[in-house]
Each structure stands twice: as C-alpha cells, then as structure tokens.
Write a protein of this length. Structure first.
Length: 378
C-alpha cells in the first residue's frame, strides 16, 4: 500500500515507500544484488533510468540502471543531482525543530501566532491549527497541488509547457488551498497536504527574518558538507552531473514522454523544491537519526507518529515517515515526487544502514520493491 507524498501525485504514479517496526538483521555482504535487480525491473517497467547509493557496515555501494538521456542513450551517473520533491519536508521540519530547541517558537504555537490572518476563509482558521499539525499533516488544510486549476496549469501538458518557467509565490499557493474548505477539523484526521509545508516555510521566515533557503543552508547543508544539495528558488536548471527528467504530463502511464528537466520549482516552494544526490541524502538522514541535527527531545518529537488510514505499516511523524518492512526492518525517511523525478531516502533507526535512489521518470516504477530488496534482500 502506498501513500501519495509527491508534488505530482495527481498526474503520475506517486513514489511512496512503505517505511517503520523493530530492526531485523541487515542483509549479508553482497546482498545489494537484489537492489540492483529491483532497479533493473523498474527500468523494464518503463522508468528511463535509476541511480542509487546504499551505505551499511560494509561501506558505500552505488549502482545505476537504464539511461539518463533518452535521446542520446547516455547512462545515469551515481553522482547525479536530481530534484528530491517532498524530501524537502524533512529539511523544513528539522529547521523548525531546531528553532524550538533554541526557544524561539513552540510547536504548540498556532499558525496565527506567526502568520496572523493568513489562514482564514472557507472555514479555515489559523487560530485553531498548531505548527505541529502542519508538520504531521493533521491540520486539515486542503492540498493546493490537488486543486483542478492548479493541476491543469502546472502538471498537465498544455498548462505545464506554457507555464513551466512561471514564478509562483508562497502566498499564491496558500491562496489556492484556502479557496477550498478544510478536509477536516484540525487534529481529527490525517491527510497529506503540501500546503502545510508552504506555511511552515513562511513561519521559518517570520521567526528568523531570513529565508527558509538560507536557514536550510546554514543549519544543515553547510554543517554536514552536503555539497550536492541546494535550495534552487527560481533557478530552472539542475546542476551537473545530472540526467534528463521525463514525464507523461497526463494522468496516464501511456502516451508521449516529455522532457521536463528544466522548470521553475517555486510552484513546489518549501514543500518540495530542493535538489540533492543519493550520497548527500544518505548523509543527511543518517546524521538526523543519530542525533547530530536535533537534541533528543526534538528528535523524539519528530519520531512521534500518527497513523495513516488504510496504510497499517506506515506512520507519519514530523516530516518523517516510518515503516515496517515485510522482513521486520524499521526504516525512517521520506520520498518525493516532482515533474520527471521520483526519489526515496530511508535509513534504519540507528543510522547504520541507509538507501537513497532516484527514478528520472514520474509515471511508473516500483520504489517499494527497491527498498524491500535493499533491507530485506528480496
């Protein structure tokens, strides 16, 4: 069972790994061969190419499958940069939790405390929604990327090709969401909403007086030496080395394939605009789970989860997914989908075994199978 956590969930097969449970023994040395086979299976299913890096007690292992450029046939690189989509959310949550640890805010503050009057209308009320509810998706605020007009403008072929380089402000994204009634009363249910993290980014800027991008750079990217990781803002290109990114730009897995490599990621904002590579994502989640980025209290808060209806083996914390795999291994991390790019990054609770990978197509490919292959050897 999957949960849609990507920006492109309405128009493509969302990459969502089943993540959480007690850790079982890691696969023996040489067990990466099932991972490679799962990547090759994704290519047979139609993914143009895949790149992955895993780190365990034996060291780092990297592999690619398929191609990075359908026109030239050039292979993918293990050092490819790619758009990570909603993996951005873990970075945003980490910054907010650091601010809480510094006494600059409380996750029990209401949204209205920091963004007075911003969440209003159609039954939406920022005085009743906490920052914690933004981070664990229990706010009830409508997901702006599922708005029909937004889908037509930014995800479907005609709209995307016409508007791919448009700049969209966070305020505009929130306005799309607030044109809808809430999905439910705050704290009474769970529903994944990118709007929550657009608002979280706005809160970071209000609290610090600086952009969320600068806070991610200063607090996470630079201290961890994540040289392939960036917050591009309105930059439309992906740093090299990188592969082309492909999409159907339709609610189908058939039909023409379009090169969507260049786009203005402002439409994803703090919900999903970041770029990284597999090695950096492993380094980030390993550092996070080992307590290098957050004090124990805040890491415990991040790992305090709520259930997801219909997905019994998966729970959601504060920008962090938890899942128990078929072999009993518990993994934590996030996945992310954005035009032409589907990514997953997960690690065991002790940070000793991690995996990050990317498909450069957004309409097919079994990401769950790759994770199961790496951690369960099948």
């Amino acid at each position: 069972m999957r949960v849609r956590t990507g920006l492109v969930g309405a128009t493509a097969v969302a990459v969502a790994v089943t993540l959480a449970g007690p850790a079982a023994a890691a696969p023996a040395r040489g067990a990466h061969s099932p991972t490679r086979q799962a990547m090759e299976a994704a290519v047979r299913d139609g993914v143009p190419g895949a790149t992955a890096t895993a780190v365990d007690r034996h060291g780092a292992w990297s592999a690619t499958a398929g191609v990075g450029d359908l026109r030239t046939g050039a292979p993918r690189s293990t050092a490819d940069h790619f758009r990570v989509g909603s993996i951005t959310k873990t970075f945003i949550s980490t910054v907010l939790l650091q601010l809480e640890a510094e006494g600059r805010l409380s996750l029990d503050d209401t949204v209205d405390t920091w963004l007075p009057g911003v969440v209003r209308g159609n039954g939406n009320d920022g005085t009743r929604i906490t920052l914690r509810q933004l981070l664990n998706h229990t706010s009830g605020i409508f997901n702006y990327t599922t708005d029909d007009d937004f889908i037509g403008t930014h995800f479907l072929k005609d709209g995307f090709l016409r508007h791919r380089y448009d700049t969209v402000t966070p305020e505009q994204l929130v306005a799309v969401a607030l044109s809808h009634k809430p999905d439910f009363a705050p704290g009474t249910s769970w529903n994944y909403s990118n709007t929550n993290y657009v608002l979280a980014g706005m809160v970071i800027e209000k609290v610090t007086g600086h952009s969320y991008a600068s806070q991610i750079r200063d607090r996470i990217i630079k201290p961890l030496g994540l040289h392939a990781t960036s917050v591009p803002g309105t930059r439309v290109t992906v740093p090299r080395p990188s592969s082309r990114a492909y999409s159907k730009l339709a609610a189908t897995t058939t039909g023409p394939t379009y090169d969507v490599t260049t786009l203005n990621p402002s439409m994803a904002s703090s919900a999903g605009e970041m770029i990284s590579d597999s090695a950096d994502l492993n380094r980030f989640y390993t550092a996070l789970l080992r307590g290098r980025l957050l004090p124990r209290k805040q890491l415990t808060e991040m790992r305090t989860t709520v259930g997801i209806d219909g997905v019994p083996d998966m729970r959601y914390g504060l920008g962090l997914l938890e899942q128990k795999l078929s072999c009993g291994v518990q993994v934590w991390g996030h996945d992310g989908g954005i035009h032409g790019s589907s990514s997953v990054a997960v690690t065991t609770a002790d940070g000793r075994h991690s995996l990050a990978f990317n498909f450069n197509g957004d309409w097919t490919g079994d990401s769950e199978a790759v994770v199961e292959a790496e951690f369960c050897g099948k």
